[in-house]
Design a protein. Structure first.
Ligand code: V07
Length: 256
């Protein structure tokens, strides 16, 4: 049953939707957007030029994921480990959320996209937090695709906080030890409102999870590609989704 024509919007040159049908679109895609620095270095440019280029790819992938009918797109924008980078690079990265939202929030609102951010906001510059709060509140009523940025996020930190909160709720008699099961634990994580990711994409050739969504990725299809994030296109996204659709078709009805 091929119903690729049900996809929203028009067909484009670099569309890979002939590789899958719209019943097999992952509900939740998570992406580790790696390779921006390497992309810049290859061109003799400063690393920040790669990050800037990477931001434009974010916009393209948001448009394409929305068009395909993805429900949640989670993007790893900044990890708790990224603070170890040179100060000039960190300072530049910290300005990107605001820059992204200044140039793109109106389009997100127009397209019914809801912006969410998970991670520790405490250490972020005031202007960044302000811009994010505005984006979250101006899109909070939108019921289309959720665009979820992991910003100053680390999975072990998330799990540590969940353990602390669970213990505190047990001590306050809000919860008993016997209540605690996998779904309770999921409900204490920053992703509690979302289904687990169906597909994880990591660009730039590293085969690691780097402290990203360790609990949530337990059953997720993993797609690693050598393509650097600034070179990642709609067609590459389509290839990753086709991989997911193939696995899904093959194993969907069997218990493994
Ligand atoms: C960042 C661009 C994409 C490649 C990876 C690193 C650089 C978008 C955001 C963002 C974050 C929160 C938000 C809106 C936009 C972003 C950082 C880096 C730190 F609410 N891209 N992008 N944030 N890069």
């Amino acid at each position: 049953m091929l119903n690729k024509f049900n996809l929203r919007g028009s067909k484009k040159e670099n569309d890979a939707s002939h590789l899958f049908d719209s019943t097999q679109i992952p509900s939740h895609i998570a992406i580790i957007m790696d390779g921006n620095g390497r992309w810049a270095k290859k061109r003799g440019l400063p690393r920040i030029a790669g990050h800037k280029e990477g931001m434009d790819v974010v916009k393209k992938m948001v448009r394409e994921s929305d068009r395909l009918g993805v429900q949640v797109l989670t993007l790893y924008a900044f990890s708790t480990e990224n603070w170890k980078r040179p100060k000039t690079e960190v300072d530049f990265l910290m300005k990107l959320p605001e820059q992204f939202l200044t140039s793109y929030l109106e389009e997100l609102i127009e397209n019914n996209v809801r912006v969410e951010v998970m991670g520790d906001a405490q250490q972020l510059p005031r202007g960044t937090v302000k811009a994010i709060e505005t984006a979250i509140s101006r899109t909070s009523e939108n019921d289309g695709m959720i665009l979820n940025f992991a910003l100053n996020y680390g999975s072990r930190h998330e799990l540590t906080d969940a353990v602390k909160q669970i213990i505190s709720d047990v001590q306050a008699d809000q919860l008993t030890v016997n209540d605690i099961d996998e779904s309770i634990i999921s409900s204490y994580l920053l992703t509690k409102q979302y289904p687990d990711p169906d597909l994880l994409i990591r660009t730039s050739g590293e085969i690691r999870l780097s402290n990203f969504l360790l609990w949530q990725l337990a059953y997720t299809e993993l797609w690693f590609t050598d393509v650097l994030w600034p070179d990642f296109t709609e067609e590459h996204l389509g290839e990753a989704i086709a991989h997911f659709a193939r696995r899904h078709r093959r194993f969907g009805s069997v218990n493994n």
